[in-house]
Design a protein around this ligand. Structure first.
Ligand code: PEP
Ligand code: MG
Length: 747
């Protein structure tokens, strides 16, 4: 067999491109392409299989197999040699295909006549599109050169598929990015939204996968890589970087300067690809490796390489984030992941957010919650499926996303949004009224906050004040440790916005899932039970003191409320409290105004604290139950772990009994008590908490209305009796009994 040369390869690519330029049916093009490839590769067979749906491949064109099999032969992902190529994303090169593991005989194709088989994935930056196969009668292995040439062809086919060159008229094969898709993820923030996709990292569209002149393309890629290197060097030269950030960027720089990377791209160009297509081919290979590397460090580095490829594509095409494109109407942000600061930049302009990665406790989720934007996380494939401007519906309650929905789905979804809006109006009419139950007991409803962006909700929600201000958010959205003056100005603005209403500032709660980008992460085996919250505050009192000073200065003579996260024993509270008081004295001695009154409280987030000595309850000015953490430690169920986080019910009677003990101890010592975990914002849970004696609840602003409406409609003594009866009856949880009872209650 004569050697294939670079010019053979370029000739084939050019003929492929020309076939695209002729107007015609997608099927005619596919037929012509398989013919061209078989001819150029000197094989009897060339077939193209494309995905019909994410699990099924379909033979869409063939030269050499029986034509009757086209659009009839199908296989599942992983099934037969073709299915294996698609699943693994790796080529299979077999001299004797029928004896290969997994070979599946398909009589309708007449396939048994062919011995050698070379199958390559058709994929574009991680998106699986199909499989390209060549086969011949003589039993032989395909050479490295042939594989390289066919890989380049597969890349061009991927670009053509993406451009919609083969779709439109065939037997149910709809165009990519046109079908309606429902993706099931996880709820990150409740609420529903309808709008248009805004890709945080827009896809770069490569319209010219084949190059006429390799020399020009080589110049272009060298020039672009040169620009990329300069921009990465500039990043590294920034003065504000600490040692760790430098180390990370050094690895990044190393990739940008890698000769192997550039060489591989140049080789692909020599075979006929354009500079852009060569970058994408390398990027696809990187993504492929990413899927297979279990080591977290290596994965991170491969992510770097992926990111560099994106930058390079943006340089080459002039497309990308900074194209000045306008946000569409009702934008729904779609991204693989996003940092809290970037999300904050978009702010309330967004109607919804859909992420492929993320976690319930991630910083982005925290910000989305603060902005009350519906959020769905773990929506796999969304960045590959969605195009800018696509119609999208986000169901943050169920964690479901409808992309390009059918009209019936869209109608049902709109009904749901309308119902929610009607309920919101009903809640708005209760805004000025207290949450007084039918028995006459009033529950104080406060809101949780953490960003300036939250404060406008204080007016709108009808909350009495801020029961939990998570100060760590201000630390998390910055790239370096904020200064005291900066924090003081911010806290002052928070107090101004609260207009005299109480704001309970919680001191820095970092560690566990909340890692500051500028603090060395600890390699802890179990971070939720590790060096976090007040433990960090007491071991590094400099930060606690700086924060206390900022709060005292912000108060500027006004009342101040401070509380500490994750207090586990009396001694910790006493020590943290003394740090704050020392700062008050210091400010006073400097002649600065000190707060008119100062309340210092503890968050009860570990069961141990419920059994603390009486002195603890006497020393605290108030106690706030952090139900999210308290519940995770009570049930030993990680709040971040999808497998267990919903496993135990908050209305479990053991847990309610435990909470009642806390209520009783606070009553004995006359210590004001509130509850500020997520459960406080869930109406049934809030009702149960009120029934067992909580008189103050703090929740996300959007929950104040629903919780108030429910409390006003019931008698808490009766609810209490229902809970007690469920316990007497030996129930595990009070939920069924409460739900049954609620069903008998009128509005
Ligand atoms: C809690 O643990 O319930 C709480 C309010 O604090 P966070 O969710 O910030 O840990
Ligand atoms: Mg907590």
């Amino acid at each position: 067999m004569p050697e294939r040369t670079e010019s053979d390869s370029r000739k084939l690519l050019r003929r492929l491109r020309d076939s695209l330029a002729v107007p015609g049916r997608g099927q005619d093009r596919l037929d012509q392409i398989t013919h061209l490839i078989a001819d150029s590769m000197r094989t009897e067979v060339c077939s193209i299989y494309l995905f019909r749906d994410p699990e099924t491949l379909e033979l869409c064109a063939t030269e050499g197999l029986k034509k009757d099999a086209v659009h009839k032969t199908r296989m599942k992902l992983g099934e037969g040699l073709v299915g294996r190529v698609a699943k693994s994303g790796l080529p299979i090169n077999a001299a004797d295909a029928p004896s290969e593991k997994g070979f599946r005989y398909m009589p309708e194709t007449g396939e048994e006549l062919f011995s050698s088989f070379l199958g390559l994935p058709i994929q574009r930056v991680g998106e699986k599109l199909g499989v390209l196969v060549v086969q011949s009668k003589t039993a032989r292995q395909f050479s490295e050169d042939e594989i390289d040439a066919l890989e380049v062809v597969a890349m061009v086919l991927a670009e053509m598929t993406e451009l919609g060159a083969f779709t439109g008229d065939e037997d149910g094969m709809k165009a990519l990015h046109k079908q309606s898709v429902m993706l099931r993820g996880t709820s990150g923030q409740e609420g529903s939204a309808e709008g248009h996709v805004w890709l945080h990292e827009p896809r770069v569209v490569v319209t010219n996968p084949v190059a006429d002149d390799p020399l020009t393309e080589i110049d272009r890629i060298r020039d672009a890589v040169g620009q990329l290197r300069v921009s990465v060097d500039d990043l590294l030269a920034a003065e504000s970087l600490d040692k760790e950030q430098k180390q990370v960027l050094e690895a990044y720089r190393m990739f940008a300067h890698s000769r192997g990377w550039l060489r591989r791209m140049e080789e692909d160009i020599a075979l006929g690809l354009s500079a852009e297509a060569a970058v994408e081919k390398e990027q696809s290979a990187t993504r492929q490796r990413l899927e297979q590397v279990p080591d977290a460090y290596l994965r991170e580095r491969l992510h770097d390489l992926d990111d560099l490829s994106n930058r390079l594509l943006r340089i080459l095409t002039g497309q990308g984030r900074d194209t000045g494109a306008e946000l569409p109407e009702n934008p729904v942000l779609v991204a693989r992941n996003i940092g809290p600061a970037e999300l904050l930049d978009y702010g309330r302009r967004l109607r919804g957010v859909v992420l492929e990665e993320g976690s319930v406790g991630s910083h982005a989720a925290i910000v989305a919650r603060a902005l009350a934007i519906p959020l769905v996380i773990h929506a796999s494939r969304i960045t590959q499926e969605a195009l800018n401007g696509d119609h999208i519906m986000v169901d943050g309650d169920q964690g479901i996303v409808h992309l390009r929905p059918e009209e019936t789905v869209a109608r049902a979804f709109r009904d749901k949004i309308a119902m929610q809006a009607a309920a919101q109006q009903r809640y708005a009419s209760l805004r000025g009224l207290p949450a007084t139950a039918k028995c006459g007991t009033t529950i104080a409803l406060h809101m949780n906050a953490g960003l300036m962006a939250d404060l406008p909700s204080l007016e709108g929600s009808g909350a009495e004040g801020v029961g939990l201000f998570r100060t760590e958010l201000q630390f998390l959205v910055r790239s370096k440790m904020p200064q005291r003056a900066e924090l003081a100005a911010l806290y002052a603005r928070v107090m101004d916005a609260a207009k005299g209403r109480r704001v309970a500032f919680r001191t820095l709660d970092i560690g566990s899932d909340k890692v500051l980008p500028y603090m060395k992460p600890q390699d802890e085996p179990n971070p939720a039970m590790g060096w976090r919250a007040i433990r960090v505050g007491l071991d590094k009192p400099g930060i606690l003191r700086m924060q206390s000073q900022a709060l005292i200065r912000a108060a500027n003579g006004r009342p101040l409320t401070v509380m500490f996260p994750l207090i586990t024993e009396l001694g910790e509270f006493a020590e943290a409290r003394s740090h704050v008081l020392r700062e008050v004295h210091r400010e006073k001695s400097l002649g600065h105004p000190i707060p008119a009154t100062i309340e210092i409280g503890a968050m009860m987030e570990t069961p141990s604290l419920a059994y603390a000595p009486k002195a603890f309850f006497d020393l605290t000015d108030f106690i706030s139950v952090g139900g999210n953490d308290l519940k995770q430690f009570f049930f030993a169920a990680d709040r971040e772990n999808e497998l267990v986080r919903r496993r135990y019910d908050t209305l479990n009677l053991s847990f309610l009994g435990f909470l009642e003990q806390i209520v009783a101890r606070c009553r004995q010592s006359d210590t004001p008590l509130s509850f500020c975990g997520e459960d406080a914002g869930r109406p049934i849970e809030a009702l149960a908490l009120s029934a067992i004696g909580f008189r103050s609840l703090s929740m996300r602003p959007a929950s104040v209305g629903p919780v108030k409406a429910l409390i006003r409609s019931v008698n808490l003594n009766e609810a209490r009796a229902v809970i007690d009866k469920a316990r007497e009856d030996g129930a595990e949880t009070a939920r069924p009994a409460l739900m049954e009872w609620l069903a008998t209650q009128g509005e």
